[in-house]
Every structure is written in C-alpha cells, then in structure tokens.
Design a protein around this ligand. Structure first.
Ligand code: ME8
Length: 645
C-alpha cells in the first residue's frame, strides 16, 4: 500500500459459488478487512470490495448436479458468503455479485471498448480447458498430455469459434510495468515468477465460449448471441464495475485500486490478464497485486472431496473471532503456505494474547489499584522512562512499512516487541520495591509507561482485533478512532491524568482443543508439539489413521519408466471412472509382466505428484527388509476400490 495518497481501494477476489466458504476464503477476507480498517483509522477515504463470482461452466455444472438452476444455486451460495462476512463483521463497503445488472452492463461496455479498439477479434479456438480452474492450456503445459498443471484434474478438448483478446500485443508493456513499479506484484519472489512467465511469450486469450450458456452475453452492438464471455474476463472486471464503470462513475475516483489481495493460485490472472485488459481500456493499473499462500491441512490443499475443509465459522465459534483473526495474520508470513492446527492457534491465544497482552492489562489495573487508587499520571514518564518510550515509539513509527509491504505478521511482531518492552520494564524496575522505598513518583512513572504503551498498542492492533482493543483502550478512557490515532500515534502524545476503569480479564487461557470435527493435526510443528509427540511415542488417534485412505486395486498395465532404473509406471483400477497412474520404485524387485492383473494396496488420497516427468496419483504399500521388497496384497481377491482398515 501507498502512504502518500488520500484514498484507498482494497479488494478481495470474488469467490466462486461452487463451494461454501472455508478458512482460505476467510484468510483473504480478513487480510483485506484489516487493511481497510487500518486505512480508515489513519484517515484515508477507503472503499473495500468483496463479492461472489457466479458465472461459468464450473458453476453451471455444480448447479446441474444439484438439480437447481444456475441462478438459484448462485443465490444460495452467494448468500452463505455474505452471511458469513456479516457475522464476522467484515467492514466491506460493497458486496458485488457478477449476476448484478450493473456489473453485466459494465462488462458489456468494457468488451465493446476493447472490440472497437481492435483488441478483440474472432477466430477458432482449439485447445485444452480445465473446467475446475476455468483456464485454457496448451498441450505442452499439460501433465501427461491430459491433466491440468494447476489442479491435476483431466482437461477437456475444446474446439469452438471464439473471440480473442490480443494479449500478445501487451507483452512488452507488461514487462515495462513490472520493471518500472517495483512493488506492483508482491511478494517479490512471486513477481519474478510472473515475469518469467510473460518472458516466455504470451498467446492471445480466448475470451468467449459457445458451448454453454451461463455467462454474460456480448454487447448488442456485436450481435453474436451464441457467445458468452469467458468467466475470468467477466470476473476481473468486477473491480471497476463495482465503482460504476460504464454507468454511474462517481466512485471511479477510487480507481486505481490500492491493492488486489489474491491467493497465489490466481496471481497469473491478476498480474497478467488484468493489467492487459486495463491497458486496453486506457485505465491506470492497480498499485499492488499481492498474492498470499495457501492454508493447508497436513500439507494438503483443502477441498470438499478430501473432506479436510476447516470451517471458519466453527473456528471462530470455538476460539473467538478476534483470536482467530490474530492467529491467521500472525502465524504465517504473507506469501507463504501455512498449515492449520488447533494447537498452534491455542499456543497463540495462551502465549501472545493471554500472557503478553491480557495479563499486562491486569497488571496495570492491579498496580494502579493497589498503589494509586486507580489513578495514573504521565508527568514523569519521560523523566524516568525516556529510553523505553523512545524504543517503543520507534517501533510504532515504522509499523506502516510492514502494511505497505503486506507483511502483517511483522506488523504484529512489532507490536509484540512493544509489549515485551512493557512487560520487561515491570520486571526491571520492580514498582513494588519503589513503593517500599517511598519512590512513589518512580512507581507512578512505571505504571504510566505501561498504560501509555497499552494505549498505543491497542490503537495499532485495532484493525486486527477491533472489539478487544476497544475494551483495552476503554480502561484508559480512550475511544479508538482517527482522532485518537492522530493524537497518540502521529503526534506521540501521552495520556493526561486519568482514572482507570476496571474490565473483566481478557483472553482466558484455553486448556484443551475446542473443536472436534474436523480435527486438524499439525504439520508445522511447534516446539511444544515436538515434545508431546515424543511423550506419546508417535501414538496417533484412530481418526488420524483414517485420514489415510487405503484402497485395493488391480494393476492393468505395467511398463518401465524410460531412463530410470528404479521406476515402473502402473495403471491401477481402483473402481473409479478411470484407472490411476502410479509411479512406483519397484523395478528392482518385480518384472512388469508378473504384476499384471494382481491386486495391490494403494494410498488413494495422496496429492498427485510428478515423478520423473510422469504424473503419479497414489502410492502403493510394500514391506521392505535389507534384501527384498514385497507388495502388500489382500489374501483373497476383493472388489477393486475396497477400502482397507
Ligand atoms: O479463484 N488458502 O475464486 P475461489 C488460502 N472466482 N486462500 C484460499 C484457499 C486456501 N486453501 N482457498 C481459497 C476464484 N483461497 C475466482 C476469483 S477474482 C476476479 C476471481 C482464497 O472461490 C484465495 O484468495 O476459487 C483464492 O485466490 C480465492 O480464495 C479463490 O477463491
């Protein structure tokens, strides 16, 4: 984000309505909500947009499966997203739906502008399409000539008349933009990936489809009713149609966007297609496109089919919404993947929130109550605690740099450094001793130092934890808003003479896991987890065991993997629509022909991997000693796909 402008425009991706919200969606939305609250707090005129992406083949198919019309289905799921964000008090200014009339009008207008400019032309498309990613691929990009390189699902061959956007025309201009604007794509590692993708050459992009209906029709002026727009063109344009593009453009004053926050999976669409579309429309480019990492469970992407989705409502209900917000932003550096674990969440609550913050509030209330009848006076803080005050002020004055780099975890680390200064000062200066030595002014200065640091921390933490921080600030008679931000943060003022207000203890400790289902286990181990694992000698629960789905299947084909002296490529029938391809390191022990029509035991819910350039969709089980390896098989033949357990 930019600290020079007066306005901020912050967007989440618009979420597909083929799935209910999970913690990944909540993460993006919470990041944006925090940025929006920070912008408003610091006095910027702010517009925060979220919404749902409702067109396209994927949604049409999902609705059909449930026997609903696409619109009925979209209404239902879009409602789930909106309800959840309202329940989470997400401070969005607009919730856009791509089925909104105004959006449709704006998209048609944009298409017309690009078409008239000569950036859109009609031709034939022939290639591969992944419905799940709503994405086109060339044959070279596919795994084993068939599977989507992004999600691993089979692609369809598409051959149809299509309108194309001249993406290739903008290749050079895009490279110039990446070069000129250092922070246009964040984090920098991801920006380099985008640059090398563009440097390999951009092909024109098919932007209409004729093989299904659920999409925005072309503008009447083009008069080609069998085409609907490609869902990504429709979806990306939401960032300007939400501001009234092509209609009432009053809100276009917020354009260009300050930041589009997206998951790393959709960076390519945002950092390549979107700026090219904007160039074609002669509109300024967004200031930042920031891609965060994935939340996984046990290292695996969350998905309904794997049954490993963590429901954000369950987490918030069990652990508290603001604790959950804090955890998500603090736990994982922006751009990196993070594994969701209840243990890590509990550790954050008990250690950071309860010990470091909640306890400090109790201590300041306790000390001022015991020694000064709840009064606090800051007149001697600078005299006795200049060093601590300066150190804390320096940290606070630099926090904005982390917001502008999207490093919210470091922003929070900064605030916790201030809390450490406060907690350590109590240990170092021992106010109880000062009182015994009748150095009341020194004891008062210490109590006032803590009070002032808590006020500053609660103001800066407000965008992440709005309600708890207001409770803390109310102890000191402060209401958190732009005015108090300017007073205590920008102008570095100290509290006057005040009487503290008692509040009930904040952030009670959590002793045991509060969610039973789904039961996430940790991958990213904390020190504490490691200790407990050793204690339990690697014992797991039955639920943990059943997270591994073992199935029996018959080997239909077995061939050597060219160039490898260890690997065989197997086609295994697991009773599914198609056989699975499994690459197994058993060549030294089995001849391909002796495996044919034998049954084996397969780990069927492993993330597909590429081994020696071949897709592998599972792992077989075998016992191994020093000299031999023996495949695990059922004693008698069973139906393919039978589960083991
Ligand atoms: O891609 N971890 O919508 P979508 C972290 N409609 N973030 C996650 C996540 C996870 N496990 N899963 C999802 C689309 N997200 C398009 C966007 S924008 C013009 C169109 C977040 O419902 C992440 O931000 O698949 C990701 O980019 C977004 O949800 C995608 O949601």
């Amino acid at each position: 984000m930019d600290n020079k402008c007066k306005r901020a425009y912050i967007t989440t991706p618009i979420y597909y309505v083929n799935d209910v919200p999970h913690i990944g969606h909540a993460y993006t939305t919470i990041i944006c909500d925090t940025l929006a609250r920070y912008s408003r707090l610091t006095g910027l005129e702010t517009y925060f947009l979220t919404g749902t992406d409702e067109h396209g083949q994927k949604i049409e198919e999902a609705a059909k499966k449930r026997g609903k019309s696409a619109k009925q289905y979209a209404d239902e799921i879009s409602g789930y997203f909106k309800d959840l964000w309202d329940e989470f008090e997400i401070s969005y200014d607009k919730f856009i739906r791509t089925t909104d009339k105004e959006h449709i009008k704006g998209v048609q207008k944009a298409f017309e502008v690009m078409y008239k400019k000569g950036d859109i032309y009609k031709d034939m498309y022939e290639g591969h399409y992944c419905v799940s990613c709503e994405s086109f691929f060339t044959k070279n990009q596919l795994i084993d000539n068939e599977y989507c390189p992004d999600c691993g699902k089979p692609t369809n061959i598409v051959k149809e008349e299509s309108y194309f956007f001249k993406l290739s025309k903008y290749e050079k201009k895009l490279l110039e933009w990446y070069n000129d604007k250092e922070n246009c794509v964040l984090p920098k590692g991801k920006k380099n990936e985008v640059i090398s993708f563009v440097e390999q050459g951009l092909k024109d992009l098919s932007v209409t489809r004729t093989s299904f209906d659920w999409g925005i029709k072309l503008p009447k002026s083009i008069n080609d009713p069998k085409h609907v727009m490609y869902v990504w063109l429709d979806a990306l344009l939401n960032y300007i149609t939400a501001l009234g593009y092509g209609d009432d453009e009053k809100l276009m004053k917020f354009w260009p966007a300050t930041v589009h926050v997206v998951g790393k999976d959709i960076l390519r669409f945002h950092a390549i297609y979107w700026p090219a579309f904007l160039m074609s429309l002669d509109l300024p480019l967004p200031k930042h496109i920031a891609a965060h990492g994935w939340w996984t469970r046990n290292g695996e992407k969350m998905s309904k089919s794997k049954g490993n989705v963590v429901n954000p409502r369950d987490v918030a209900n069990a652990y508290g919404l603001e604790n959950f917000r804090y955890f998500m932003l603090r736990e994982v550096p922006f751009g990196q993947d993070g594994d969701f674990s209840q243990k890590a969440l509990m550790d954050r609550i008990n250690s950071d929130l309860s010990n470091d913050l909640g306890n400090l509030v109790n201590r300041v209330l306790g000390m001022s109550g015991k020694y000064f009848d709840m009064k606090v006076n800051s007149k001697d803080v600078e005299k006795f605690h200049k060093k601590e005050l300066e150190e804390a002020t320096n940290i606070i004055n630099n926090l904005y740099t982390y917001i502008y780099d999207m490093q919210l975890n470091r922003y929070l680390e900064g605030l916790w450094k201030v809390l450490t200064i406060a907690n350590q000062s109590i240990a170092t200066y021992e106010p109880w001793k000062k009182m015994k030595e009748s150095k009341e002014d020194e004891a008062m200065a210490l109590v006032a130092l803590i009070a002032n640091l808590l006020v500053k921390v609660s103001i800066m933490l407000h965008p992440v934890m709005p309600k708890s921080t207001q409770k803390i600030a109310s102890v000191f008679g402060v209401e958190i808003n732009t005015e108090s931000y300017k007073k205590y943060i920008e102008n570095e003022e100290l509290l006057g003479e005040i009487t503290l207000e008692k509040i009930p203890p904040l952030f009670p400790k959590i002793e045991k896991m509060l969610m039973t289902s789904p039961e996430p286990t940790t991958v990213k181990e904390t020190k504490k987890d490691k200790k407990e694992d050793t204690k339990s000698d690697g014992i797991i629960t039955i639920d943990q065991f059943f997270q591994t789905k073992l199935k029996i299947g018959t080997i239909l084909e077995a061939v050597e993997v060219e160039g490898s002296d260890k690997l065989l490529k197997l086609q295994v029938d697991l009773g599914e629509e198609k056989p699975r391809q499994i690459i197994a390191g058993i060549k030294a022990y089995y001849k391909p022909e002796e495996l044919l029509q034998t049954q084996i035991c397969v780990v069927s819910n492993l993330k597909p991997a590429k081994i020696f350039g071949h897709k592998s969709e599972g792992m077989l089980l075998a016992a191994k000693d020093k000299n031999s390896l023996s495949l695990m098989r059922p004693q008698n033949r069973v139906a393919d796909g039978s589960s083991v357990g």
